[in-house]
Design a protein around this ligand. Structure first.
Ligand SMILES: NC(=O)c1ccc[n+]([C@@H]2O[C@H](COP(=O)([O-])OP(=O)(O)OC[C@H]3O[C@@H](n4cnc5c(N)ncnc54)[C@H](OP(=O)(O)O)[C@@H]3O)[C@@H](O)[C@H]2O)c1
Length: 252
């Protein structure tokens, strides 16, 4: 039976690459993001026609209406990929912008929770389904300037494991997919507020992961047998590792 997969943040980066990967494997897709032109462009390039939802995941009413009005053949979502998210800023707490913090919390935490809250009941009712949350290594390994972004991804990790506890006894599976450094997306442009030079420097002199690597990982998680739940899947490029603890020496 063809599975229907809803991907949030499908207009760019991991979401877009995952749509292309899953379309080529014969999955039926529902693509969600705020930029409709990008979604339409992607839809035109796919083999099967997806259903498109232009929505902001922080707007609960818009999401509710869009999900209630899914067309007949797209009605039952088998896999929810909670991928939409962002980092804003790299400054330490004392220099960061409150609006950036609010946007990260409302998107990465509340938006992701909202999508899950809306779709879990129909998965339980059909005793079938899977939720793949896109976390980040920033949620496991603290670094300077990671503050609320890292904390929002720690939320994703704990929420994923709590969902597992709630869903025990059902056939609904939950995964936190945890990528490290990946280039080829809009992530750093967004994080650096459009400062292209700072954004591109992040990827200099190393070989980061690519969106396709994440798309293949997501497909792998989906295609494991029903009795197997991948709790966490942490993927980093070989050029990246956890860098240890910092110690400040007061030598003055
Ligand atoms: N790239 C990395 O190194 C990296 C590493 C670890 C984790 N991640 C995580 O991976 C996910 C995807 O990131 P990416 O690298 O693919 O970045 P990206 O290219 O910037 O893609 C982000 C996607 O999220 C969507 N989005 C953002 N806010 C939204 C909102 N309020 N409502 C609906 N859609 C929204 C964007 O679409 P619209 O702008 O069209 O709405 C876009 O499609 C994020 O959760 C990010 O935190 C990225």
């Amino acid at each position: 039976m063809t599975k229907t997969v809803l991907i949030t943040g499908a207009s760019s980066g991991f979401g877009r690459a995952t749509a292309i990967e899953l379309d080529s494997a014969g999955y039926q897709l529902v693509l969600l993001a705020r930029r409709k032109d990008k979604l339409a462009e992607l839809a035109d390039s796919l083999n099967a026609k997806p259903h498109i939802i232009q929505a902001d995941i922080t707007e609960r009413e818009t999401l509710t209406t869009a999900l209630q009005n899914l067309p007949g053949s797209f009605k039952h979502i088998d896999v929810l990929i909670n991928n939409a998210g962002l980092a804003l800023g790299v400054e330490p707490t004392q220099n960061s912008r409150w609006e950036d913090w609010q946007t990260m919390i409302s998107t990465n935490c509340a938006g992701l929770a909202s999508m899950t809250h809306l779709l879990v009941p129909q998965m339980i009712e059909r005793n079938r389904g899977q939720i793949i949350n896109v976390g980040s290594t920033a949620g496991l390994h603290a670094y300077k300037g990671g503050n609320v972004y890292g904390a929002s991804k720690a939320f994703v990790d704990h929420f994923s494991m709590s969902l597992r506890a709630d869903l025990l006894g059902t056939k609904v599976r939950v995964t936190n997919l945890i990528p490290g450094l990946v280039e080829g997306t809009e992530f750093s442009q967004v994080r650096y507020h459009g400062d292209e030079q700072s954004a591109s420097q992040i990827y200099d002199h190393c070989k980061p992961l690519q969106p396709d690597d994440i798309a293949r990982s997501i497909r792998w998680v989906i295609e494991q047998p029903e009795h197997m739940n991948v709790n966490r899947l942490e993927v980093m490029p070989t050029c990246q590792a956890s860098a240890g603890l910092a110690v400040h020496k007061d030598t003055a």
